[in-house]
Design a binder for this molecule. Structure first.
Ligand SMILES: Cc1ncc(COP(=O)(O)OP(=O)(O)O)c(N)n1
Ligand code: TZP
Ligand code: MG
Length: 216
């Protein structure tokens, strides 16, 4: 296997659905299936927040979600938990600035997809030197989903990173909805990652379709 190409990575980032069991009142496998029917292009299992699952329960949920992704040809990414990613033979891992040494994580996961959160030019450059395949940048809008999120940077911050010479795949995150998604596209991101826009939607399929439409 080889590292993913930037073109392929950009395709996957278009509508990047992230979720764990605390984000949804309906069972997560059902929500993921509905989101995939609406056209999401990538999934991250982020089991965090109130009453999140741990140990074997977390692993069992992850295993089920991975199968849904595999059956639908969507890469399955694990947030933070590199051990679980390896146990489940996930397609990739997403880590932030406080989640461990990125170069060491790259060593451990081989050619799997590696996403890293970056909040400024220096973090972006370091993440790429350490082996990131894409950067997660945000929060671009205010969000209630992540209590310890950094300050809002705005969607145009990604265009600023481009001007500074960062041309790798970038996905925007934080507070993205159907009504502001067009600003993410014009802000020069390659994709949008969303939690509540899909998990809290009345119909996750329709929500995903509407987000995908912004790219067309
Ligand atoms: C695509 C994407 N971008 C950013 C993040 C945030 O990662 P991190 O800063 O490590 O915060 P947690 O998600 O771990 O709370 C992400 N998960 N995905
Ligand atoms: C994980 C994460 N990282 C930065 S903001 C955020 C939460 C995104 O959730 P939502 O799409 O509901 O605002
Ligand atoms: Mg993290």
């Amino acid at each position: 296997m080889a590292r993913i190409s930037s073109d392929k990575m950009r395709d996957y980032l278009k509508v990047y659905f992230i979720a764990g069991s605390p984000n949804s009142t309906n069972p997560l496998p059902q929500v993921l299936q509905q989101a995939i029917e609406g056209g999401v292009t990538l999934f991250q299992f982020r089991e965090k927040g109130k009453d999140h699952l741990q140990g074997k329960d977390k692993e069992a949920l992850g295993k089920g979600l991975k199968k849904i992704c595999k059956d639908n040809n969507i890469p399955f990414i694990v947030n933070d938990d590199v051990d679980l990613a390896i146990t489940l033979d996930a397609d990739g891992v997403h880590v932030g600035q406080d989640d461990g040494n990125v170069a060491a994580i790259r060593e451990r996961i081989g050619d799997r997809i590696l996403g890293v959160s970056a909040h400024n030019y220096e973090e972006a450059v370091q993440a790429l030197a350490d082996g990131a395949d894409y950067l997660g940048v945000g929060p671009v809008f205010p969000t209630d989903t992540k209590a310890d999120a950094e300050d809002v940077c705005g969607p145009d911050f990604i265009a600023e990173l481009r001007e500074q010479g960062i041309h790798v795949p970038i996905v925007a995150i934080g507070g993205i909805t159907e009504s502001n998604a067009d600003q993410v596209v014009s802000g020069k991101a390659d994709g949008m990652s969303v939690i509540s826009a899909i998990t809290k939607a009345e119909d996750p399929t329709v929500a995903a379709k509407n987000l995908l439409r912004v790219w067309k």
